[in-house]
Write a protein that binds this ligand. Structure first.
Ligand code: GLN
Length: 474
């Protein structure tokens, strides 16, 4: 009896690349396995809003054989502009929007020889933690269809977890790469603010938004980050500097690394989650790291601070959707009707809530009290991290307080939904890098470990994440 060979769609990018290089597999057979899986599971998961034609993917791959990514298909969150697909942002407003250019991140992927497999589902404009705010229906968690995949890059994480994509791009404003990665049991990396170009990423909150990879393992995250990172003159917040090969130091180990355990976040855990997190401390000690406690005293204010700043920026960024430009116009009896009715019908309830909150926080008379104060607290949070990184090379925290929750559970209670982001948004406010890796199970569901690095310390968090991942595989 021969063992059934592992299907190609279940393999990480780096293994597929090695197999392609040795001529042991073809892109055709990978695409075939992928679309067989998509046919079987996509109807129940709904990870995608649009898919490429499989024959077209094979054809495109023919020209990419000599390039580093050799024609491998990657899924792209539908908040990132792509030629040849709609870019809906999960919104009725942009239902028919077809960008005429690729985002820099997509351009770079294609330049390295990747193809776009499809566009993945998301919370409208990236606003949400569960993927239930998509105008086109929620994505479901492939590990338990009654549960959410996390948001807002839930389609990307679900596609990778269910082997409907070898890897995907997500975006992270306040955790939207890391939370779905944690809930679906895959790897998600949020780069330092400015490391990856935002050109062509539809704006939610411009001082926070970043594109990053969602992958099956840590090596793939390093591989894709090496392609995505680098200066872009078309994004004025893009950091100057050359791109790096983030796979180079992956295997260096973390002997002597100083690992800071964020006390406030560990203390917030209960029961089984707490036991799992205690296991992480032992794992890092076993890898030769020096583990000590660190404190982020202002992190408890991160949720209100983030939701004020993100909503304020969103209210400005979303002013451009008015029924005049960018596709949908819902009424045109009068100018006022057109503006107000288009916004009334074009935006979903969560987006409207954010616009109202942001407009209020920015309004004359309240500006200092809300937006100004939030900016000052943001500075205090940055200072907390600066102090922590004087004592530690990387910080570890849970990605979220709980594993994936049930669909509908938090939908009527926005505050409960926002609380999922407690361990994620402080990092976003400070512009740092962080990676979520599978850290064990709680209630039989994946539970994420978040490894946080100082600005531009991606190589360090990847090295720590890789060492942790390897220790788990043994
Ligand atoms: N839950 C956060 C929000 O709704 C995450 C957003 C994101 O990272 N795009 O704002």
């Amino acid at each position: 009896m021969t063992a059934t060979p592992e299907r190609l769609n279940e393999k990480p990018l780096h293994e597929l690349l090695a197999l392609l290089q040795r001529g042991e597999i073809s892109i055709e057979s990978l695409i075939e396995d992928l679309f067989r899986a998509i046919e079987a599971r996509e109807p129940e998961i709904h990870a995608y809003l649009e898919l490429a034609d499989p024959d077209e993917l094979v054809r495109q791959a023919q020209d990419q054989r000599e390039k580093p990514l050799r024609g491998l298909p990657v899924a792209v969150k539908d908040l990132i502009s792509t030629v040849g697909f709609r870019t809906t942002c999960g919104s009725r407003f942009l239902e028919d929007f077809r960008p005429i250019y690729d985002a820099t991140a997509v351009e770079k992927l294609k330049g390295a020889g990747a193809t776009v497999l499809g566009k993945t589902n998301l919370d409208e404009f990236g606003m949400g933690s569960s993927n239930e705010n998509s105008a086109f229906g929620p994505t479901r968690n492939p590990l338990d269809l009654e549960r959410v995949p996390g948001g807002s890059s839930g389609g990307s994480a679900a596609a990778v977890a269910a082997h409907l994509a070898p890897a995907a791009l997500g975006t992270d404003t306040g955790g939207s790469i890391r939370l779905p990665a944690a809930f679906c049991g895959v790897v998600g990396l949020k780069p330092t603010y400015g490391l990856v170009s935002r050109y062509g990423l539809v704006a939610y909150a411009s001082s926070l938004d970043q594109i990053g990879p969602i992958t099956k393992d840590v090596r793939d995250a390093a591989l894709l980050l090496s392609v995505l990172a680098g200066h872009d003159p078309r994004d004025s917040t893009s950091i100057n500097g050359d791109s790096a090969d983030y796979t180079a130091e992956l295997e260096g180990g973390i002997e002597g690394f100083r690992v800071g355990v964020v006390r406030e976040f560990f203390d917030a855990l209960e029961g089984e989650a707490r036991r799992v997190a205690e296991g992480w401390v032992r794992a890092f000690e076993g890898l030769g790291a020096a583990v000590e406690e660190v404190s982020l005293p202002h992190a408890e204010y991160a949720i209100p601070t983030y939701y004020l700043i993100a909503s304020s920026e969103a209210s400005a960024n979303l002013a451009r959707y008015d029924g005049v430009r960018y596709t949908r116009r819902f009424h045109d009896e009068s100018l006022e009707e057109m503006f107000s009715q288009s916004r009334e019908e074009g935006f979903g309830p969560e987006v409207k809530r954010r616009i109202m909150l942001g407009t209020y926080a920015l309004s004359a008379g309240y500006y200092e009290q809300w937006y100004g104060k939030a900016q000052r607290v943001r500075t205090l949070i940055c200072q907390d991290f600066r102090r922590a990184f004087e004592r530690a090379d990387v910080l570890i925290t849970p990605t979220a307080p709980t594993p994936a929750f049930k669909l509908g559970e938090k939908l009527d209670d926005p505050l409960q939904m926002y609380l999922c982001d407690a361990f994620l948004v402080p990092i976003s406010l400070a512009g740092l890098c962080a990676i979520s890796v599978p850290g064990g199970t709680v209630e039989g569901l994946p539970f994420g470990l978040q490894i946080v690095g100082d600005k531009l310390q991606e190589a360090k968090i990847l090295r720590a994440a890789y060492a942790f991942e390897q220790s788990r595989a043994r």
